[in-house]
Design a protein around this ligand. Structure first.
Ligand code: MN
Length: 357
């Protein structure tokens, strides 16, 4: 008990010092701080960006301006609703606008070039994240990467608490929704810290806004993708594969994977589709012997962008020359089986005879 209390106290002291260091750093800056979320930003990235901007405003209202940037799309209908309802100004990342920024901060991604389109050599000044440690952060002045915690929004909530900064209802709602959605309603990778941060935020949130964000209308395309995923599913020894065909909105893939992993007898779900310029794969896993992020990285990391957590992961394989092919679904049919071979042999599915995909 005593030891646990002592550790808790030391952690708090550490966070309190970190928060103060961030505040002091921001207070001394002059110019524009560009806050960059990961590609296709999710609620955790968006909420964290809002909160960092709020801390910067509190630390330095006169001389430091903030702009929030993203790349890819804000695809998930809930994320679009969040940005609209919470009145968040997010700009598409352009090389020129990035150069206009005096300072750069990364939230919810670990390093330049990792899950964002910055060149890996870009100097970033602040990194706040909960993914695996990034590299190339030599020039950074403030790095707080905590892979153990459920959401980046959780880290930002701690700063706000420690710094005693008044949290407006939009920021509180954004952060709360960020923690909630990254931990999948407090069920995935959730830590006591995530829960206590959510408890701190809850009375400050706007419950009507939260309700509206969480029950947006389902788009026609998402419904089609879910339908395709259900119809085209193939199951082999607990592994589920589903081809959803051509997709415009890649955010519907993780939704399909979330749905299919809950199917009885399925331990790992892999949903794939094709967009105009890439093959996209989204995967969910509840087999504790398997780290799906590592498997996807090993299977597809050499030909695309792949990786993630033990229980959720994604891959994007650029089509390069094949981008010109008109019939994308036919293309997917031709190349997907050979691509999946690497995956099935890695997880040992090939060893099982008589099990054609
Ligand atoms: Mn996150």
């Amino acid at each position: 008990m005593v030891a646990r209390a002592a550790i808790h106290q030391i952690n708090r002291l550490h966070v309190s010092r970190l928060s103060q260091r961030l505040h002091d750093l921001l207070a001394g800056w002059e110019g524009t701080l560009g806050i960059i979320t990961h590609k296709n930003p999710d609620p955790d990235a968006i909420g964290s960006a809002m909160a960092l901007a709020a801390i910067a405003r509190n630390a330095n209202p006169q001389k430091l301006a903030c702009r929030i940037f993203y790349d890819g799309i804000i695809g998930h209908q809930e994320n679009r609703t969040m940005v609209n309802l919470l009145d968040i100004k997010m700009e598409k990342m352009e090389p020129q606008t990035i150069q206009d920024c005096t300072y750069l901060a990364l939230v919810d991604c670990p390093a330049p070039g990792m899950n964002n389109t910055l060149s890996p050599r870009t100097r970033v000044h602040i990194v706040i994240d909960h993914h695996q440690d990034g590299h190339g952060l030599e020039g950074a002045m403030f790095v707080d990467v905590r892979p153990g915690i459920g959401a980046t929004a959780s880290i930002l909530s701690q700063y706000l608490q420690e710094l005693d900064i008044p949290v407006d209802k939009n920021v509180a709602t954004g952060l709360f929704y960020g923690i909630r959605s990254d931990t999948r309603d407090f069920r995935r990778n959730v830590t006591p810290q995530d829960l206590s941060n959510a408890a701190f935020l809850l009375p400050l949130t706007d419950s009507d806004l939260l309700d509206q964000i969480m029950s947006p209308s389902l788009s026609q395309e998402t419904l089609d993708v879910l339908g395709n995923a259900i119809r085209n599913r193939r199951i082999r020894s607990g592994y589920l594969f589903a081809n959803v065909g051509f997709v415009r909105n890649r955010d519907s893939l993780p939704q399909a994977a979330d749905l299919l992993i809950s199917l009885e007898g399925v331990n790992t779900a892999l949903v794939y589709g094709i967009s105009d310029d890439a093959i996209i794969i989204s995967s969910r896993n509840r087999d504790i012997r398997l780290h799906i992020g590592n498997v996807l990285e090993e299977a597809f990391g050499d030909i695309g962008d792949a990786g993630g957590h033990p229980n959720m992961a994604a891959a994007t394989i650029p089509l390069s020359y094949f981008r010109r092919v008109k019939n994308k679904e036919e293309l997917l049919g031709l190349i997907m089986d050979p691509l999946l071979k690497k995956f099935t042999s890695l997880v040992g599915l090939d060893a099982e005879a008589g099990n054609e995909l």
